[in-house]
Write a protein that binds this ligand. Structure first.
Ligand SMILES: NC(=O)c1ccc[n+]([C@@H]2O[C@H](COP(=O)([O-])OP(=O)(O)OC[C@H]3O[C@@H](n4cnc5c(N)ncnc54)[C@H](O)[C@@H]3O)[C@@H](O)[C@H]2O)c1
Length: 254
């Protein structure tokens, strides 16, 4: 699809990779609504990009449905839905002291990353299905965010790896479900990126975390995620896949 004149809902758009995607989409002529937590910088980002801000919490599933509809109303439709809201915990299945991973923590990580993504997708799909298709029959594009931990989670990432693997796993099936509407679904799996989420990581740990990359051996930049997201939006043949954006990195066990 062409970004020019298209409408994008950016969940997590106040910061990091989704903010960079919103910025690039607007530079290419699109219009955005920023959806993020009330305490985020969403209002300032939306203001700067000439868009609207819609405070939300992605785990408030019913509230999210309402907020996405409000955002689409403000935009006058939705063709692009990018979602990066998510996080993990550092807890082993069984700690060295023999304590089991609490189930509520596991559940919480799955709800925040996987269930919330699916909820956002189903609401966005309902709205995109109302679009007039373009000349190629396309009505919209959705991008979710996994992690390379979906494929090689490190020690202590069991909940996060499971949730992100769920996002990766639903990608092709959802693309097949939505193919008849001309809606594409893709997932990006980043390695370590320099965003709000990783701001507190000390330099020596950062060096250890990127040491197994092929090239470049550094954190990714949010703009590099945005470049991939826009390439997906542009290219009708990108559908049903998970794309690693990782400099050839494979996480070691720790
Ligand atoms: N940064 C990395 O190294 C990295 C690597 C792999 C995957 N990821 C994934 O990327 C996403 C994080 O994006 P980022 O790295 O740009 O971080 P970021 O913190 O800069 O941006 C994430 C945005 O999501 C928002 N958000 C978080 N929880 C939310 C909620 N419950 N409701 C609404 N908004 C919420 C935050 O307020 C923030 O603005 C996560 O899904 C994470 O698992 C990040």
């Amino acid at each position: 699809m062409q970004a020019s004149g298209a409408k994008g809902i950016m969940v997590g758009g106040a910061s990091g990779m989704c903010r960079a995607t919103a910025e690039l989409f607007v530079r290419r002529g699109g219009k955005v609504a920023i959806l993020d937590r009330p305490q985020s910088e969403g209002a300032a980002v939306a203001d700067r990009l000439g868009g609207t801000f819609h405070p939300c919490d992605v785990v408030d599933y019913a509230g999210m449905e309402r907020v996405i509809e409000e955002a689409a109303d403000a935009l006058g439709g939705v063709h692009f839905c990018v979602n990066t809201a998510g996080a993990g915990v550092a807890t082993r299945t069984l700690s060295k002291e023999g304590e089991m991973h609490p189930l509520d923590t596991f559940h919480g990580v799955v709800q925040l990353n996987l269930v919330a993504s699916f909820n956002i997708n189903r609401v966005a799909a309902k709205l995109m299905a109302r679009n007039e298709p373009n000349e190629a029959g396309e009505r919209g594009v959705m991008i979710n965010t996994a992690s390379i931990a979906a494929f090689e989670g490190q020690i202590g990432q069991v909940a996060y790896a499971a949730a992100k693997a769920g996002i990766a796993g639903m990608t092709l099936t959802m693309a097949r479900d939505l193919g008849l509407f001309g809606i594409r679904v893709m997932t990006i799996a980043p390695s370590l990126f320099d965003t709000g989420l990783t701001r507190g990581i000390p330099a020596d740990l950062e060096q250890r975390l990127v040491k197994d990359a092929a090239f470049p051996r550094r954190m990714g930049q949010p703009e590099e995620f945005a470049t991939m997201a826009l390439a997906i939006f542009d290219c009708p043949m990108m559908n049903g896949s998970v794309i690693r954006v990782d400099g050839g990195q494979r996480f070691a066990p720790r």
